[in-house]
Design a protein around this ligand. Structure first.
Ligand code: NDP
Ligand SMILES: O=C(O)C1=N[C@H](C(=O)O)C[C@H](O)C1
Length: 250
């Protein structure tokens, strides 16, 4: 039985995982951590990771970027593997993730769904051919009105996949409101829409002369992220220190 600490257990994703893990015969929640205590869970909940005195095989984190430093310190100190799903980390925090991975197993992924992780592979194959044929690349993401970070971590990861396959040729443009010039061919435009309860939509648009190819991904339920995170946690439990991602799992 894989024992899991849910970091951010009372949020939207934390509660999705709580439900999924109740039905899972191979994994269980050993403890939760969340500042919000208004939910009665059937596991102990601590207000911060430093106050958590329960040992586990792995932490799954869907919380807040502000919580990342404390969580990484805890995982390094206790040598607990961690599945990091929170988005919006700063450059300094991303560097800290790399440092932490020297001491414990860290799997970081902006999107735990099978569809987005497969799309990243497809983009690596398609983008160089389409770019050579002069197609412009734009990414549009849409999320619910409670989301804190923009653009989404997934939109950035999709852009990074294209860029990696193109020897880093692209730069990212998030706002054209001040521009008085045409787009250049080496930019990836990234636009964010926020509204209602949209779970997570991502469109990668390749716009060429007289033809457009759009890769679309629609998440209709947070279950797709939750299932991926549990699969990742089972994979990561007991793994040596190092940096892992969803391509190691799927
Ligand atoms: N990788 C992926 O596949 C996915 C990633 N995400 C990312 O996961 C994160 C959480 O998303 P979501 O569940 O929708 O957000 P929510 O705001 O619904 O939940 C986050 C929870 O974390 C709690 N929290 C805040 N600070 C801490 C802390 N220091 N320690 C422990 N818990 C804390 C919040 O409590 P309080 O309300 O009191 O602040 C809240 O209950 C976001 O960054 C989101 O982008 C989301 C979906 C999929
Ligand atoms: O905040 C969310 O909800 C989501 N965040 C992730 C992101 O920023 O990419 C993944 C998913 O799209 C949902």
């Amino acid at each position: 039985m894989v024992k899991i600490i849910l970091h951010g257990c009372n949020g939207r994703m934390g509660q999705m995982l709580t439900g999924l893990l109740k039905e899972d015969p191979q994994a269980e929640v050993a403890a939760g951590v969340d500042g919000y205590t208004g939910i009665a869970n059937d596991y102990p909940v601590f207000p911060s990771i430093d106050e958590c005195n329960v040992q586990a095989d792995v932490v799954i984190d869907f919380s807040n970027a502000k919580a990342a430093d404390g969580l990484l310190d805890y995982c390094v100190r206790t040598k607990t593997p961690v599945v990091l799903c929170t988005t919006g980390l700063s450059e300094e925090q991303l560097a800290k993730v790399e440092e932490a991975a020297k001491e414990t197993a860290v799997l970081k992924s902006a999107n735990m769904s099978l569809g987005i992780n497969l799309l990243m592979k497809l983009l690596k194959e398609a983008a160089p051919t389409l770019a050579a044929a002069g197609f412009d690349i734009e990414i549009v993401e849409k999320h619910h009105n409670q989301k804190l970070d923009a653009p989404s971590g997934t939109a950035l990861a999709l852009a990074d996949s294209i860029n990696e396959a193109s020897d880093g040729a692209y730069h990212y443009v998030y706002d054209r409101s001040q521009e008085r010039k045409k787009r250049d061919s080496r930019e990836i435009g990234i636009s964010a829409v926020r509204g209602g309860t949209i779970v997570g939509d991502h469109d990668v648009i390749f716009a060429g002369t007289d033809e457009v190819i759009t890769f679309e991904h629609r998440a209709y339920s947070r279950a797709v992220f939750g299932k991926g995170a549990i699969q990742a946690a089972k994979f990561l439990a007991g793994k040596p220190a190092g940096r892992y991602d969803m391509s190691d799992v799927i």
